[in-house]
Design a protein around this ligand. Structure first.
Ligand code: GAP
Length: 448
């Protein structure tokens, strides 16, 4: 399949519009400040989006930190000393070329306009100027140059700035990684495609420190590209919607000597999902120079000091959510009725199990409430007694709830319930007492 054919096939399957509508209708994603007309491409996560986001971060943290003995966690501040950004090169290099329309005053990224005319009004454009993407604000009561601070444009620098603290306190041995999840901010000139590119977003980044040797660098670079690609597929992306693309020399970030993007096939075409970069010792060297601190590592075996090199996998939480939602989205027909079904990996699904009384009488609602309370100690749950059972199943299918427990007349006799599977729609009977264990096997992290 050519790129073009693949994109067309993708567009037919799910459009961004369908997903945006579903997200709004079901409380997954809301436009920020909607009551004031919205705030350009900024989004809030509703109750279900919040759960999905927590699960995506949990899936990352479990595999990148918790289950490994060579990676530590960190949670550094969004504000860093302003000299951080001088040393990291962001003040000088973290820019996009932009042009302004002399007529309508709109501003565009120079690489996004085709010719010398304004794409909106046809007016004349100014020559390109560099525009720094960092948000500025002031720390303390005086608003002047000396009190200017920046909202971090990446979480990575908090890790580099803590390198010495980590080496001094954690008895680490190379290779080792430091991972962090947190908000980043970029004053993007072009925001687009729902939560794909926004000005406030969350990142999951890991700096993996290695011996400064070309062989080690290549080995770990390949390792992390494959590990990360595999993670995406295991949590629900279609392998044929994911590809690896090596950056050309002229598109590398200022700190990188090699970057592979994991690209995903969005409805608008192939685009970056995650980047895995070789940062060498660029950041530690720069911070050592700017701070006057050593920032080196003592290699006990080689009996020498050096600054490690770095391999960095960096993924946007929001962008990962978008890709998981797009690949989960499906439409099919069940019992002659069309349904939307989000086929989330159970571990990412916002709600794991919904509980329904078949009828609103005969003690069934009370029993269902009790079962729900028992399950809620272990899983995210929903309770629904409104409307026909078919409609209730459909409501949960639409938000990707993988299992449904129905309390019926037989439950009242023998304490068994039916357990419905979202994807097959098949139902099996289990004793209430076995539900936690059965569901743990199906949706628990241990089953990942
Ligand atoms: N520390 C390296 C770094 O920040 P990046 O490629 O600029 O590298 C890493 O960002 C990831 O963060 C991207 O692959 C993307 O998933 C996410 N990301 C970057 N800018 C974003 C934005 N404006 N909106 C949403 N996600 C963004």
């Amino acid at each position: 399949m050519s790129d073009e054919q693949a994109t067309t096939a993708r567009k037919n399957a799910v459009t961004m519009e369908k997903l945006v509508n579903l997200c709004k209708r079901r409380g997954i994603v809301f436009p920020t400040s909607e009551i004031y007309g919205g705030l350009g491409s900024t989004y809030d996560y509703g109750p279900l989006g919040t759960e999905l986001k927590r699960n995506v971060k949990e899936a990352w943290w479990r595999e990148m930190v918790q289950s490994r003995s060579d990676v530590l966690g960190l949670d550094s501040a969004i504000f860093q000393h302003p000299r951080t950004w001088e040393a990291s090169g962001h003040l000088e290099n973290f820019t996009d070329p932009m042009v302004d329309c002399k007529n309508c005053k709109l501003r565009f990224r120079a690489d996004k306009v085709a010719g010398p005319q304004c794409p909106e009004c046809g007016g004349e454009l100014t020559p390109a100027r560099q525009f720094n993407l960092m948000f500025k604000t002031f720390m303390g009561p005086v608003e002047d140059t000396a009190s200017t601070v920046f909202l971090r444009p990446e979480t990575a620098q908090g890790i580099f700035a803590n390198f010495q603290n980590l080496v001094d306190t954690q008895r680490v041995k190379l290779p080792f990684g430091v991972a962090q999840i947190g908000k980043s901010f970029r004053n993007e000139i072009t925001t687009e495609n729902f939560i794909f590119r926004t000005r406030e977003f969350e990142q999951m980044e890991m700096e993996f420190f290695i011996k400064p040797e070309t062989g080690e660098e290549e080995k770990w670079y390949r390792y992390w590209v494959e590990f990360r690609a595999d993670w995406h597929v295991r949590y629900g992306l279609r392998a044929d919607h994911l590809r690896r693309r090596e950056h050309a020399a002229d598109e590398l970030s200022h700190y990188s000597s090699g970057t592979t993007d994991l690209e995903y096939l969005y409805p608008f075409g192939w685009g970056e999902l995650e980047g895995i970069a070789k940062r060498g010792s660029f950041d530690l060297d720069q911070h050592a120079r700017a701070s006057g601190r050593d920032l080196s590592y003592f290699d006990e075996d080689a009996k020498r000091r050096y600054r490690p090199w770095v391999i960095e996998p960096a993924l946007g939480v929001d962008r990962a959510m978008l890709a998981f939602m797009l690949d989960a989205y499906d439409e099919d027909v069940v019992e002659n009725e069309e349904r939307i079904v989000m086929r989330f990996n159970p571990r990412l699904a916002p709600i794991k199990v919904a509980v329904y009384p078949l009828l609103r009488k005969g003690g069934q609602p009370e029993k269902a409430v009790a079962v729900r309370e028992m399950l809620a100690r272990h899983f995210t749950t929903a309770y629904d007694q409104a409307g026909s059972i078919g409609r209730r199943y459909r409501r949960q299918d639409e938000v990707g709830t993988p299992f449904g427990v129905t309390i019926d007349h037989q439950t009242m006799e023998d304490d068994t319930v039916t357990l419905r599977d979202r994807d097959t729609t098949r139902q099996e009977r289990y004793p209430i007492g076995a539900l936690v264990e059965v569901l743990n096997g199906k949706v628990g992290w241990a089953a990942a």
